[in-house]
Design a protein. Structure first.
Lengths: 96, 240
């Protein structure tokens, strides 16, 4: 019985804590005011596998968190371009 | 005296613009970048305090791509009442032909072309063509645009130019992450010309409250020559 409970507990733990999401930082040039960059943030969030996207006007970067390890870098670049900006560098961040 | 004061204010602003950036002035609607599939609607109330005329101008923009945008504008006279209250529909296609993005800002040049479609059968259409340039760096933005509007048949020729300088008052430094509210000062010099008249140059002083999906802005427009009219502008725009 204890073994069964332990197995269930471990299964719940695994189910509740999926593999850590991958974080990617994109250096974006041409970002200006809040009104201008909001569209970039929203468009990135619409992408499949993108869980969150945060913009830093100070650092001229966008940080996105993906739900899996299959990230379509080309699609991300295209989204930045379609939003009117220029993607310069894409850096995967190490999971902490 | 009042005109001189406006001129001095504008020149002062120009001289302070060593830094350079923002998101479009009050008088023009052709500089705003619009993302692919993005839609922007602006409602602008204009009150001419000398002629007691109230006009509501509705503008809309649609982003075909990151570099191609459709722009529309339709004025409607709220008062005085009477006939011909709806102005002509301005349609413009903007193509950004050059863009240089840097970490500090952006420079863009766009070409404009379109039609002014009459909303009354007794008016004729016009063709319009022009250009718009944006230079953004640090806290300052310059937007410069000019349009030639060629009358067809009985319609008169027109021309206009706008030079807008915007300075981000707040925040002085952006937060590390996230998008917050911004305040910007807007100073503009513009000109409106219609065939048979001299060009009326106008100075504008405005303030913009910029949020993620909407902007509220207000300003005062003073003729520097000609009719010597003063206008008040209250405007809001939304990004969908």
């Amino acid at each position: 019985m204890r073994k069964l409970l332990l197995t269930c507990f471990l299964l719940v733990l695994v189910w509740a804590n999926p593999l850590p999401a991958e974080q990617i930082e994109i250096d974006v040039h041409g970002m200006t005011c809040a009104f201008c960059v909001d569209s970039l943030q929203r468009n990135l969030r619409k992408l499949p596998d993108v869980e969150s996207a945060e913009v830093s006007l100070k650092r001229k970067k966008v940080r996105i968190e993906t739900t899996g390890d299959t990230v379509d870098i080309e699609r991300i670049k295209e989204t930045v371009l379609d939003s009117g900006f220029t993607p310069v560098k894409i850096t995967p961040l190490d999971a902490q | 005296m009042r005109n001189k004061l406006w001129s001095v204010l504008f020149l002062l602003a120009v001289s302070l613009s060593a830094h350079t950036a923002y998101a479009m002035g009050l008088r023009s609607f052709v500089a705003l970048p619009v993302d692919k599939g993005g839609k922007v609607v602006r409602l602008q109330y204009q009150r001419n305090t000398d002629t007691s005329t109230d006009v509501l101008v509705t503008n809309a923009a649609y982003g075909i791509s990151g570099k191609q945008t459709l722009l529309f504008g339709l004025p409607y006279r709220l008062s005085p009442a009477g006939s011909d209250r709806t102005g002509d529909l301005s349609t413009l296609y903007r193509h950004i032909v050059w863009q240089d993005d840097t970490a500090a800002g952006t420079s863009r040049l766009g070409l404009l072309g379109g039609l002014v479609i009459p909303t009354e059968s007794d008016r004729d259409a016009r063709l319009q063509a022009g250009a718009v340039a944006t230079f953004y760096k640090g806290r300052t933005e310059w937007d410069i645009d000019a349009l030639w509007i060629q009358g067809i048949d009985d319609a008169t020729n027109r021309a206009r130019y706008d030079i807008a300088w915007q300075y981000r008052l707040s925040p002085a430094v952006y937060p590390d992450w996230g998008i917050g509210q911004e305040w910007a000062l807007d100073l503009e010099l513009g000109g409106r010309w219609e065939e048979g008249n001299t060009m009326v140059h106008q100075a504008t002083l405005g303030l913009q409250s910029v949020h993620r999906q909407w902007v509220f802005e207000a300003g005062v427009v003073q003729d520097l020559n000609g009719p010597d009219d003063t206008q008040l502008i209250f405007s809001t725009r939304f990004h969908f």
